[in-house]
Design a protein around this ligand. Structure first.
Ligand SMILES: *Cc1c(COP(=O)(O)O)cnc(C)c1O
Length: 355
């Protein structure tokens, strides 16, 4: 009963109207047409169980990213992989650390296995490596860091991630959640994959839900040392990913045009959106620098985040207001289509009296 249930992003207004959904960081450009075709083609053999070892998915990921397929774990979204890692490495009496304003699934996964969540303070919404290291105790088993982070969008560069890893005892597992790594400017890399390939205590998790536009199909995966992966395999459900989802994911991996198009769209409109928020600075609005497919906007003036949330809903846009995560003063806004992005800014300008 100490677990606060996960609150998903909404898709309808209070009065049931369907409006632009900018509350779950989904891909505004949809899904690769190749993925949709592969998904449809999988309808021919619904009576068969999936391959329990997900060979096709692991081989495709290994080829794409230059990885050892034996070191890949997979799950029903990376959410399942995060639950698996908590189940395999933490239990009653243990602690797991994540940053203030971290991903909402971490405290659920930690408490579910009877372990204790420990929150490390942020530094103006960003991950503070020194604060994480200071929060470590002899009971610490896992450190979860989303990089870029959700809901803040902030990014810790490679040197900081390496410093964090170097400062942790070898018996503490560092989980680097790369749900948004494809959106980092210029393809920058926090070095997580290299650490997962070489260190015995690093797991990187990734997903098809964001850049690949396959949130409906629930395919996530992780990469780490064989002992980590092997422990997680022992407790996973035998058939947690589907044949159709796997087919779509493998096809999506091959559609580099769709990924490049999404990345360019996001970079362009994220920059434009952040600039427009900066112009509303005298009304107390501030965009936290983002390397993801959303921007956290903090409201520090007369217009409150709650009022802006309601005003945006009236204007036809559902965004994420997160008082339950300690962020009553902010809205997390997914970068949508061009029209949606411009529409959100127009509505905010109106509410602040700027337009
Ligand atoms: C969206 C998200 C995930 C993954 O979601 P799945 O759909 O379960 O793969 C994982 N971590 C973070 C930080 C996210 O925002």
């Amino acid at each position: 009963m100490q677990i606060a249930p996960y609150v998903p992003g909404r898709s309808t207004t209070d009065d049931g109207r369907k409006v632009a959904k900018l509350s779950s960081n989904e891909n505004p450009l949809g899904t690769s047409p190749k993925a949709r075709e592969a998904f449809a083609a999988a309808a021919t053999s619904l009576e068969r169980y999936p391959d329990a070892s997900a060979n096709e998915l692991r081989e495709a990921l290994a080829a794409k990213h230059g990885l050892d397929p034996a070191r890949i774990i997979y799950g029903n979204g990376s959410d399942e992989v995060l639950h698996l890692v908590a189940g395999a490495f933490a239990g009653p009496g243990d602690e797991a650390i994540y940053v203030n304003y971290g991903f909402a699934v971490y405290p659920i996964a930690i408490r579910r296995v009877g372990a204790t969540p420990v929150i490390a303070p942020d530094q103006d919404y960003a991950t503070d490596v020194d604060a994480i290291l200071a929060a470590v105790t002899e009971r610490t088993r896992i450190v979860f860091v989303a990089n870029p982070n959700n809901p803040t969008g902030t990014y810790a560069p490679r040197a900081e991630i390496e410093r964090l890893h170097a400062g942790l005892r070898p018996d503490i597992l560092l989980v680097l959640d790369h749900a948004y790594s494809e959106y980092i400017d210029g393809g920058d890399d926090d070095g997580g994959m290299a650490l997962a390939a070489s260190a015995p205590n690093v797991l990187v998790t990734r997903t098809f839900s964001k850049m690949y536009g396959l949130a409906a199909e629930r395919i996530g995966w992780g990469y780490g040392a064989p002992a980590i992966i092997e422990a997680m395999h022992r407790i996973r459900l035998p058939f947690s990913i589907t044949i159709a989802g796997t087919a779509a994911a493998v096809a999506a991996l091959g559609d580099t045009d769709f990924v490049a198009h999404t990345a360019a769209h996001n970079a362009k409109w994220r920059a434009w959106f952040s600039d427009e928020i900066a112009k509303l600075g005298n009304a107390g609005l501030r965009a936290i620098p983002s390397q993801a497919n959303f921007v956290l906007v903090v409201f520090e003036g007369d217009l409150t985040a709650e009022a802006a949330y309601k005003g945006l809903m009236d204007a036809g846009y559902i965004v994420r207001w997160l008082p339950g995560q300690g962020l009553p003063q902010a809205l997390r806004i997914t970068i949508g289509t061009e029209d949606e992005t411009k529409g959100v800014i127009a509505a905010l300008r109106q509410m602040t009296g700027a337009a």
